[in-house]
Design a binder for this molecule. Structure first.
Ligand code: TRP
Length: 369
């Protein structure tokens, strides 16, 4: 099987995917990190490539970079929050953060309007990142279309370090748009190591499994550019996708599949009541007798992946739902209260965040472009 990074995939079996694509489990490594997080302990970040380098950098207090990118599309929802939490985690660990707005890729592969996607990137993504705790110090939020000369040149010179056959075997179907997007992403991932950005250093790229082909290509190209640039092969972490409210995919084009961070607390409660897929039984009587299934219950998943940091409390919810002591309506109510409190706080923080955007955005001087 091949992964197509331009078609969203739904992973059913993570351990199978890891074996198939050479992703290593992170469980044993994360114990060496100085700050615990449910992102790791609950396996939200489930796998990695070459993450040992990053652990070493953190331990030895050496400089390292967290680099990732986003395709601006629609509203920022709870699925995006997971990625933001990961960025903030690495920033707390001392990472310098590079965040690429993939406006070139988005225009080439999804035909999005260039001005609109720039606006979305700021109104939806950046403002929410800030409100979720990203700090401007050591953050570079940049647009692919506004990168420096060196970054742009790098995106072209990588062409010499691969072949058409290699690209075909990594990506399957190709088009000029896909090739340019892939090369741009390789430059995104490698440019923090350019001389203008302080030279070679470990870089971790947190992504979903769909981005694995880009990671593999970048690592291959980086090793072939070694004599010229001395790049350290970038590391990656792989995170699970938050399931959509109705189970299945969370999709920006279906507002009943997600809770946006700008949804009102009432709206969010209604969506959970109406759409959140339940592992409960069809009658209360049956539920009390046979119990529910938290493993397939979306409200439970949201508590596990985002909203209930306390392991003991989560375990009790799990067991009570299994035994039938906790009803579906009650489980949903636990989530609703957490989500509403979060949204109220967050939406206040968004107001403050709006004033800060300029501190985050990289403006390349005309001379450097
Ligand atoms: N291709 C990524 C996506 O579809 C976006 C992206 C662009 C990216 N450049 C990147 C991700 C660099 C990680 C690193 O979401």
């Amino acid at each position: 099987m091949k992964i197509d990074p331009w078609k969203s995939i739904e992973v059913k079996d993570y351990s199978k995917t890891m074996k198939e694509f050479g992703i290593d489990p992170i469980a044993t490594l994360y114990k060496n990190l100085p700050l615990k997080s449910i992102l790791f302990s609950r396996n939200v970040i489930f796998g990695h490539k070459d993450f040992g380098k990053i652990i070493d950098a953190i331990k030895n207090k050496e400089p390292f970079v967290m680099m990732t990118g986003l395709m601006p599309s629609g509203k920022f929802h709870l699925g995006h929050k997971i990625v933001a939490d990961i960025m903030v985690y690495f920033q707390k660990m001392g990472a310098e953060c590079y965040i690429a707005v993939a406006d070139i890729e988005s225009n080439l592969t999804r035909n999005t309007n260039r001005e609109e996607s720039k606006k979305l990137a700021i109104d939806q993504y950046l403002i929410n990142y800030i409100a979720l705790g990203l700090k401007s110090k050591k953050t570079k939020f940049y647009f692919q279309s506004e990168g420096s000369i060196e970054y742009n040149n790098l995106s072209k010179y990588v062409a010499k370090r691969t072949t058409f056959n290699e690209l075909k075997s990594i990506y399957g179907g190709l088009s000029p748009e896909k090739i340019i997007s892939a090369f741009t992403q390789v430059a995104d991932i490698l440019h923090p190591q350019l001389k203008e950005n302080g030279g070679p250093k470990p870089v971790v790229v947190p992504v979903g499994v769909d981005q694995l082909p880009h990671i593999n290509l970048t690592r291959d190209i980086a090793s072939r550019m070694k004599s010229e640039y001395n790049f350290i092969l970038p590391s990656a972490t792989f995170n699970k996708m938050l399931p959509g409210l109705k189970k299945g995919k969370m999709s920006s084009s279906d507002s009943t599949s997600y809770i946006a961070l700008t949804d009102s607390p009432e709206e969010a409660a209604n969506k959970i009541k109406k759409y959140a897929f339940s592992g409960g039984r069809s009658t209360i009587k049956e539920h009390r007798e046979k119990g529910g299934n938290p493993d397939i219950d979306v409200s439970y998943k949201y508590l596990e992946m985002l909203f209930e940091p306390d392991d003991k409390k989560l375990k009790k919810i799990y067991e009570d739902y299994r035994s039938g002591a906790l009803l579906t309506g009650e489980l949903k109510q636990i989530l609703i209260e957490k989500v509403q409190k979060f949204l109220k706080d967050h939406q206040k923080k968004r107001q403050k965040a709006k004033k800060q955007v300029d501190k985050f955005i990289v403006k390349t001087s005309p001379k450097k472009r």
